[in-house]
Design a binder for this molecule. Structure first.
Ligand code: GUN
Length: 295
């Protein structure tokens, strides 16, 4: 049987189209336009591209985008003052501070200065706690996108063995929480995990978020598993050109799996679509319009 290459681009386009309709309804019925503020400190080229894309998609969905580019020399105090100002601004429903921040700034302090109701990244300790305890809150965009792609090929996740390779606050931990909420049996592995290959071979659902190019080989994949690849790594080929690859060796994994998300065109596009979904969700919650919630 041929494995499914999960089309994240198509799923993301579909979600953005649905959101655009809901945003138009919100405007027509309530005169509210969701607003997302994006703060970028410094000129990291990769972050510049991500931020530009986030703002473009936001405007395309009918939302307002507020863009703040701050220099590398911005102090923590100045950044905190900007975040606090945006927390008070009623036109701003979502605040995203692009990570990583320059070394002299304490990321945790900045994340926790964001009003949890405007924390569209879902990184605030309150939102992490809400997710862990099954309460409504903002859910981090990348794991949320992963869950949507996973459910598109495996609607009932109950009782499945899920292995998440990676334990970051942005992906691994919230991913594990979402899978627990779906009644999976969840293992979170990390770089010290013993017998990682054998562990992965037990996984009906394998989520790779290691940041190590093509680390997960085909022979680590259980037959008929669903593989979600969160990695985006640029590697140099022998002819000097470069290529984007995931944390999973796609050509090998596709030989054994039921479905695999490709890189690029898998999880990546879903992250931005889920950021827009979170911005709409935050806007609805802030305006006591919970009936607009999609999830
Ligand atoms: N840097 C890489 N991914 C992310 C993300 O999802 N949110 C923010 N704020 N920064 C990032």
């Amino acid at each position: 049987m041929t494995a499914i290459t999960v089309d994240g681009k198509a799923h993301a386009a579909e979600l953005r189209a649905q959101l655009k309709i809901q945003v138009a309804e919100l405007k027509a019925k309530h005169g509210i336009t969701p607003g997302l503020a994006v703060i970028l400190v410094g000129g990291d080229p990769a972050s510049e591209i991500y931020v530009k894309n986030k703002e473009k998609m936001c405007v395309e969905a009918g939302m307002a985008a507020f863009d703040f580019r701050l220099p590398d020399t911005t102090t923590q105090k100045q950044l905190l003052a900007k975040v606090e100002e945006l927390c008070r601004d009623p036109k701003v429903n979502g605040i995203l501070v692009q990570l990583p921040l320059p070394k002299h700034i304490d990321e945790t302090a900045v994340i926790n200065a964001i009003d949890p109701l405007k924390d569209v990244d879902g990184f605030h300790a309150i939102n992490a706690g809400r997710l862990a305890t099954g309460q409504v809150g903002m859910v981090p965009c990348t794991p949320l996108g992963c869950l949507m792609l996973l459910k598109s090929v495996l609607p009932d996740l109950k009782g499945k063995n899920a292995v998440v390779v990676g334990r970051s606050n942005i992906v691994g931990k919230p991913m594990a929480q979402l899978l627990l909420r779906e009644s999976c049996t969840v293992t979170i592995a990390n770089s010290h995990t013993k017998n990682l290959k054998e562990l992965c071979l037990q996984a009906d659902i394998l989520v790779a978020a290691t940041g190590k190019p093509e680390m997960i080989r085909g022979e680590w994949v259980k037959h008929n598993a669903v593989v979600i690849d969160v990695g985006i790594n640029r590697i140099m080929l022998s002819d000097g050109s470069t290529q984007l690859v995931g944390d999973v060796c796609f050509p090998e994994a596709i030989q054994r799996a039921k479905a695999v998300t490709p890189v690029p065109g898998g999880v990546g596009p879903m992250t931005i679509a889920c950021l827009l979904a979170n911005t709409l969700k935050a806007t609805c919650i802030q305006n006591n319009l919970d009936d607009h919630l999609m999830y």
